[in-house]
Design a binder for this molecule. Structure first.
Ligand code: SF4
Length: 210
């Protein structure tokens, strides 16, 4: 199988449970909740996306012809002897492409594998860290994992309805955009009243890194 990848880069995880942790980010092209084209945004299920996941024109973006070649590239980008290797498969929607073969090739190179998914696709086995960011209006199939990260407020998004899902950690992440400050206040207020939930900020945006 080949893989369409928008970009691959070394950075620090900017948000959620692993904030500050060094990781290779592998951003797959494509999503099942939005085409990525502005003309389709209003009528898409997910209309607030701020990620460019279209095509293969980013840093190290390409069509990779095999799992082995892609895993080698990820390993090359890690590029030092630090033992605590981690790759975050994101998108777009990574589970449109991530498969057993790629998981095996990456594990062979001693990486821990994390995914950031919208939860509409059941993942293959052997993923080390599952973060689901549900989008209201989509059909959530993946109701268990390590981390649930809800962008808040979303229209009709009541965080309480996710509390019977089976996650170890629950985060609210302020909706970005012109009313970010209001979103932060709403998230903080909710988390103070509901201690199961913690605040996740997008620190990479504050720091101006990818
Ligand atoms: S599900 Fe994620 S990647 Fe897809 S459009 Fe929404 S925010 Fe963007």
């Amino acid at each position: 199988m080949s893989y369409k990848v928008k970009e691959i880069f070394l950075t620090q995880q900017g948000e959620g449970f692993h904030m500050g942790k060094k990781a290779v980010f592998c951003r797959f092209s494509g999503c099942n909740l939005w085409s990525g084209r502005e003309k389709d945004r209003e009528k898409s299920i997910c209309s607030f996306c701020d990620t460019d996941f279209v095509g293969t024109d980013g840093q190290n973006g390409a069509k990779y012809d095999s799992a082995k070649i892609l895993a080698q590239k990820i390993d090359e980008i890690w590029s030092n002897n630090c033992k605590d290797k981690m790759v975050v498969f994101t998108g777009g929607e990574p589970l449109l492409q991530l498969n057993d073969e790629l998981i095996e090739e990456v594990h062979k190179r001693n990486f821990k594998i994390a995914i950031e998914t919208n939860g509409t696709i059941i993942p293959p086995d052997n993923i080390d860290w599952i973060c689901v960011s549900p989008k209201i209006g989509s059909k959530i199939k993946l109701k268990k994992g390590n981390e649930l990260k809800l962008v808040f407020p979303q229209i009709d998004a009541d965080p309480n309805k996710f509390e019977n899902y089976d996650f170890d950690h629950y985060f609210l992440q302020p909706m970005d955009g012109h009313s970010l400050n209001d979103s932060i206040l709403e998230c903080v207020s909710f988390c103070l009243r509901n201690p199961k939930w913690r605040l996740s900020v997008q620190s990479h945006k504050i720091m101006g890194i990818d």
